[in-house]
Ligand binder design. Structure first.
Ligand code: FAD
Length: 337
């Protein structure tokens, strides 16, 4: 899998974009002793990033239902890096449920994935008391985790500073005007240099209620797309996410009905929840929906994280670091030109 080229030991590294891809790159490079500067055009609230809108599920087993094996490989390695770097990351597993009419989809999902056990209704109720009586059974992926993007990005940024890196928010930069090693993590904004990049819209809704308690993401299998409910702090729940080949932002009535309907069918008490926010983000994707680390001299571009940014960003950062430190090339992800 690996080839080795001459190693590069330049110590100063500039990273563009402090979303989940750029934050992990900056962190691992700073921890390895490089002089890191991270530029981000948003303020510290990261409102201009796709990462701001994400669910934050770390679910390599569930994702293997529809993603290539490389996503599982990068995802499993990333789980270790999340655990080592942020030991308070919740690893409570994730649940997959369905209603009787979509039974065939549930069995198909079970067949196509590993890393799960079947729970009957009693075991499900023990794990998630709020779901008592709601479903006849469930798939439990015990080793999966989830992060809250709007809380975890600031934590990663703090760690970058603690490791000696510099972050410049409200700083929009041009890669061509920077010297030394430049790692471009601009997500969908990198289309000026990555003509094949496209945005895949994901819509989400944030709701608030204290009537339902969940400790882990719950995916409800649905004929059009997997919809999920992710518990957040302060009685918030994120409902996500559509996957639409469109690059506008905004949330359609149809999507809102489907997301809210999914929540209601997971638990009717969600009907009384307060809607806090509607939003959407553009997932940066190449035609094959796989991530890519493009290497051209001193310029490295990390992009195409699609629907797996939180799942795979740590492992991608490790690969980039291994390339700079030892010249290692991972042929499945890297393209040299
Ligand atoms: C609704 C939704 C749900 C999702 N759920 C999940 C999930 O559960 N699990 C998961 O793993 N993934 C999920 N994703 C996918 C994930 O959000 C993306 O893969 C990830 O956010 C991409 O990260 P990125 O760092 O490449 O891009 P971004 O987060 O967009 O970061 C790029 C940054 O670059 C900055 N930038 C751009 N140009 C410049 C410039 N010239 N100078 C300085 N800064 C610049 C931008 O402001 C931005 O902050 C979801 C996505 C959506 C939309």
């Amino acid at each position: 899998m690996y080839q080795t080229k001459n190693s590069r030991r330049d110590s100063s590294v500039t990273i563009i974009g402090a979303g989940v891809a750029g934050a992990w790159q900056a962190l691992l490079f700073a921890q390895a002793g490089h002089d890191v500067t991270l530029h981000e055009r948003s303020g510290a609230d990261m409102m201009l990033s796709t990462s701001h809108w994400a669910g934050g599920m770390l679910a390599p087993y569930c994702e293997s239902e529809s993603a290539e094996p490389i996503i599982s490989r990068l995802g499993l390695r990333s789980l270790d890096l999340w655990r080592e770097t942020l030991p308070d990351t919740p690893f409570n597993g994730s649940l997959v449920v369905t209603h009787a009419r979509d039974r065939a989809d549930f069995e198909r999902f079970a067949r196509l994935t590993t890393g799960h056990q079947r729970l009957d209704a009693a075991a499900l109720a023990k794990l998630e008391p709020s779901l008592e009586g709601r479903f006849g059974d469930a798939l439990f992926f015990a080793t999966e985790g989830h992060v809250e993007p709007r809380r975890v990005l600031p934590k990663l940024h703090e760690k970058i500073l603690a490791a000696g890196g510099t972050i410049r928010f409200d700083s929009e930069v041009d890669a061509h005007e920077l010297e030394g090693i430049v790692i471009d993590c601009r997500g969908i904004s990198a289309r000026d240099s990555e003509a094949q990049l496209r945005g895949v819209k994901g819509e989400m809704i944030l709701i608030e209620t204290d009537e339902v308690k969940l400790s882990r993401p719950v995916r409800l299998l649905h004929p059009r797309w997997p919809l999920y409910v992710i518990p957040r702090e302060d009685n918030l729940f994120m409902l996500g996410a559509t996957s639409i080949e469109a690059e506008d932002t905004g949330v359609s009535v149809r999507s809102a009905l489907e997301l809210l309907g999914a929540a209601y069918s997971v638990h009717p008490a969600f009907a009384e929840a307060r809607i806090v926010e509607f939003g959407s983000g553009l997932r940066p994707a190449f035609p094959d929906n796989l991530p890519r680390i493009g290497i051209s001299g001193q310029n490295i571009a990390v992009n195409g994280l699609y629907r797996h940014g939180f799942l795979i960003a740590p492992a991608l950062a490790e690969l980039t670091l291994n390339y700079i430190a030892r010249g290692q090339i991972d042929n499945a992800v890297m393209r040299c030109g």
